[in-house]
Write a protein that binds this ligand. Structure first.
Ligand SMILES: NC(=O)c1ccc[n+]([C@@H]2O[C@H](COP(=O)([O-])OP(=O)(O)OC[C@H]3O[C@@H](n4cnc5c(N)ncnc54)[C@H](OP(=O)(O)O)[C@@H]3O)[C@@H](O)[C@H]2O)c1
Length: 292
């Protein structure tokens, strides 16, 4: 029988030697969650280690005898990326290539945005990629650059990441619903939210089981919802009952970057490889909101 993600991750932590692990982008939302699980790892924020600086990356890895890199650094501003293509590509493609070129084991995080979102069934790791915006293109290029340098790297694609840290949809809705009587949220884009803490647990499990055979995995929380459903749940669990959440179509909020309408990832490969049950998004959202 499969065990819970938290239980498997606790076992995994006993098998890891954090002193030889480097966490890059350690001050972002995922990096912060990972640091909490691996407090003795070498956790470097942007200003301490720039992953686009090949020399600095090599020096760091050699000086600290790093065996495994978990890359949480990324250019994540999807709207801004449309006007900032070079910077986005540098960080999401050249940076990960630099990490792969160190020869260390590498766990890298990618995105549902490598897909077009035109499917109507969960995307498997084998499905055709076809990004529809600059961010998605840069993340796909990053995956390809990594696998060209280091075919045994692990890539974990995730979606709709949120946490109590940094900027994310859940935090925004939580704050707005305390101030407003009404929020309009798009209801025609569906996906699976991912609590960054659960993704950090998943990365720890992947790290502890790393046998030199890499590959692509998908990880998000279980279940499917729209942004409207997610906002509705945030308001419900936060007890901001005076705020009504109203569904609107995407056309009500035109964006520079095209957004996939269907972003659900098939996580069966992750669940079966590591014999874990993945928490449902509503369960994890409720846990996360207790930290707010
Ligand atoms: N957020 C989502 O909804 C979502 C969805 C799917 C996949 N993902 C993927 O999940 C991963 C984690 O995302 P996240 O939301 O935790 O990202 P995040 O909060 O935006 O954190 C990214 C971190 O990267 C750092 N960084 C920027 N440039 C860097 C550089 N040159 N060298 C080293 N670090 C640098 C940033 O530092 P500064 O802020 O100081 O620049 C920031 O702390 C990313 O790979 C992202 O693409 C995210």
């Amino acid at each position: 029988m499969a065990s819970t993600l938290a239980d498997i991750a606790q076992q995994a932590l006993r098998h890891l030697n954090p002193k030889h692990i480097l966490i890059t982008g350690a001050k972002g939302q995922l990096g912060t969650c990972l640091r909490a699980l691996l407090p003795e790892a070498q956790a470097m924020g942007h200003t301490e280690l720039d992953i686009c600086d090949l020399g600095a990356v090599h020096d760091f890895v050699n000086v600290h005898d790093i065996k495994l890199i978990i890359n949480c650094a990324a250019y994540t501003n999807v709207e801004q990326a449309e006007d900032d293509k070079d910077a986005c590509s540098r960080l999401n493609c050249e940076g990960p290539r630099n990490l792969a070129a160190t020869g260390c084991q590498l766990i890298h995080v990618s995105t549902d945005y490598v897909f077009s979102g035109t499917s109507c069934k969960p995307y498997t790791t084998e499905d055709h990629t076809d990004p529809i915006n600059v961010y998605g293109l840069s993340k796909l290029a990053g995956e390809q650059a990594i696998l060209a340098e280091n075919p045994s790297a692990i890539i974990v694609r995730t979606s709709w990441l949120y946490s109590a840290f940094g900027k994310n949809f859940v935090k925004t809705i939580h704050a707005l619903s305390a101030e407003r009587n009404e929020l309009k949220v798009v209801c025609d884009q569906v996906g699976s939210p991912t609590w960054a803490h659960d993704l950090a647990l998943a990365l720890v499990v992947a790290a502890a089981n790393y046998d030199g055979h890499g590959g692509i995995y998908h990880f998000s929380n279980e279940g499917v919802c729209s942004w409207y459903d997610l906002a509705h749940a945030v308001v419900k669990f936060s007890a901001h009952k005076n705020c009504a959440v109203l569904p609107v179509p995407s056309s009500a909020y035109p964006t520079k970057a095209a957004r996939p309408h269907y972003s659900v990832l098939d996580k069966s490969k992750f669940a079966s490889t590591f014999n874990v049950t993945i928490p449902h998004w509503q369960e994890s959202l409720e846990q996360c909101l207790k930290q707010f």
